[in-house]
Write a protein of this length. Structure first.
Lengths: 151, 151
DNA sequence: ATAAATAATTGAATATTATACAATTTATGG
DNA sequence: CCATAAATTGTATAATATTCAATTATTTAT
């Protein structure tokens, strides 16, 4: 056993996918060269960042999902991007938004279970310099990345 | 002008992408048939739902992003899934989670601008039967779908 | 512990698809 | 209205996915 599956999942989080030009051409009833040209243009313009997979996280053993609302320590207030750049490297963090309102940061986290989440919290408070965090645990993921996820 | 670009963007939200088997095979130093077999297995098991694009939403004219926390009217309390199934069809809604805690629903919304968001709010309160909503506007999207988005 | 059954890996052959290129058409700015 | 750039398209080619049969590894039952 080589456990290729988990390697694939990691690759598909970062990309390693590509558009199906022929299929799109059939669907839109346009020549595949036209589709090809337009896709390359979208990529060139930076409108499309990459292509990746959409997972059923429960099935791949990452069923524990939490929204984390974090506040920074006052001394870090002036430059949130310094911290978010660091958080962005965290493999458990699916998304990061710098927001207006009560909490400066909104993170979406995916871990295997509560235990792993708890470990993350302990580590992060220290590592990222949060003054306070509030969390909201997902009981059921209905839609993700514009796709309905049937659990 | 046929405006193929916007059609492509819509298709890539739902899928119309596919893994790059040859590239993955080179990367992992495994035969492409082995990679192919393992990917098909992941798909068969439902672990991979589909493949799609990751966008720079600002560049495609959907730069306004809001997290919406909604509460249901008490009479809808017992069956949130009835409403979320309906919300899932909403093209402005990127993700839906049924959560524990103060708010039953967490939505991630993407609209062109504040105006479009305001129209959505007015429509949704009525249409989806929210008793109350709180929102958090994203000022900067740092990471999305496990990918760093450089604005 | 061993045989039988099932699952995973692999290479060779084929079918399908993406890409490069040149030509044509369409849009744009002075 | 002309000149220039951008977009569309068909043909040819290169690259890729997929099928299939065979081999190897793993699991299950006795």
């Amino acid at each position: 056993m080589k456990d290729i599956a988990s390697k694939l999942i990691n690759l598909f989080k970062q990309g390693y996918c590509t558009p199906q030009i022929a299929r799109i051409a059939r669907k839109l009833k346009e020549p595949s060269t036209t589709i090809h040209y337009n896709i390359k243009k979208l990529e060139r313009e930076g409108k499309i960042v990459t292509y990746g997979a959409i997972f059923d996280y429960k099935k791949i053993g990452y069923g524990y999902c939490v929204y984390v609302f974090a506040n920074l320590k006052p001394e870090k207030y002036d430059n949130p991007e310094e911290i978010t750049a660091k958080i962005a490297k965290d493999p458990y963090v699916e998304s990061i938004d710098i927001c207006s309102g009560e909490h400066e940061l909104v993170l979406k986290l995916r871990t295997r279970d509560v235990d792993e989440y708890y470990e993350w919290v302990k580590k992060s408070i220290k590592l990222y310099g949060f003054s306070k965090i509030i969390s909201l645990t997902s009981l059921k993921q209905v839609k993700d990345g514009f796709v309905e996820v049937g659990n």
